[in-house]
Design a protein around this ligand. Structure first.
Ligand code: GTP
Ligand code: MG
Length: 290
């Protein structure tokens, strides 16, 4: 071969992936998510609430899900690169439609990011308001004054569809270790409230393609053979609370204009688990107790 020296290639840490993944199952996952039956007369869609620090990739995750189901890159929720302040400010629901214009049985809400400074990010009480279905669509959050009964934008008698059925914390793999304890404490408050209400809590760990692991940056299919990624997942579990089985690594569509089966697979795997947990919660809390 030529005289050019080749760079040493990163090697996998685990011989076999520690989570079993069949990358060819993408169509099955898509079909399962499209056809999920909620078995409740008052519910067409489960509501998934995304929260987390500013710039974690909440809006980007919603856009990535929409892209997977449309088969091309979409930007529904507004994203912003290098933003210090939260770019999402109002409470907005995002339904997802597929290529055949079918509206899928789940809906997302993303709230503005949590920040260290109390006067800047969303107030944790407003996330709890959202969990309980009290926040009207289109409400503009006020970081210093969370909604209370009687305010404009406060939904006094939320329907089952207004309420949140799964809470998802979105955190970047690249910064979980450095995340400010002020933000972690706010996320802890929200988790406790969700647990009191019986609402399941999951973590979507974004930006696994960023500078976390050279092996994964080069080849995303190696994700479950990387010690670094596993460490970041364990750290997310310890810092945020949910067990490892509730932590899902993803790489959002952030710069590319073509879809990628591995990215799709990771996004769909996370989403299916979120929707299944939401469905379990509805079965447990809204079928037998109401
Ligand atoms: N490399 C990489 N970049 C990502 C990923 N997800 C999001 N980004 C980038 O991170 C930036 C912030 O993403 P957003 O989706 O706007 O973040 P957000 O959580 O909605 O932030 P706020 O609404 O401001 O609280 C954007 O430039 C995205 O392109 C990812 O998985 N990998
Ligand atoms: Mg956003």
């Amino acid at each position: 071969m030529g005289s050019r020296k080749s760079k040493p290639q990163p090697t996998p840490d685990f011989d076999t992936p520690w989570r079993d993944m069949d990358w060819n199952e993408k169509e099955d996952l898509e079909a399962e998510l499209t056809n999920i039956q909620l078995n409740h007369p008052e519910l067409r869609r489960v509501r998934i609430l995304l929260h987390g620090p500013v710039g974690a990739g909440k809006s980007c995750f919603i856009n990535s899900v929409q892209s997977v189901f449309q088969g091309e890159i979409k930007t529904k929720a507004f994203e912003q690169a290098n933003s210090k302040k939260s770019c999402t400010k109002t409470y907005k629901s995002y339904t997802i439609t597929n290529r055949n214009s079918v509206t899928l049985p789940f809906v997302f809400n993303d709230v503005m990011g949590l920040e260290t400074q109390d006067e800047e990010g969303i107030h944790p009480k407003d996330i709890v308001n959202a969990l309980q279905g009290h926040v009207e669509d289109g409400h503009k959050f006020n970081p210093v004054s969370p909604l209370s009964d009687g305010d404009q934008g406060f939904v006094r008698e939320p329907s089952l569809e207004d309420k949140v059925h799964c809470l998802v914390s979105v955190v970047p793999a690249s910064s979980i270790s450095r995340m400010d304890t002020g933000i972690i404490n706010k996320m802890e408050t929200v988790r406790k409230e969700a647990m009191n209400l019986g609402i399941p809590h999951m973590v979507v760990m974004t930006k696994v393609d960023d500078d976390v692991c050279p092996l994964v940056k080069k080849d995303l299919t190696q994700i479950y053979r990387s010690r670094k990624i596993k460490e970041k997942m364990l750290e997310s579990s310890h810092r945020l609370g949910p067990p490892m089985k509730c932590i899902f690594p993803v790489s959002n569509y952030h710069e590319e204009y073509n879809l990628n089966d591995t990215k799709d697979f990771l996004i769909l795997t996370a989403l299916l688990q979120i929707v299944k947990f939401a469905k379990d919660y509805i079965k447990e809390y809204h079928m037998t107790h109401e």
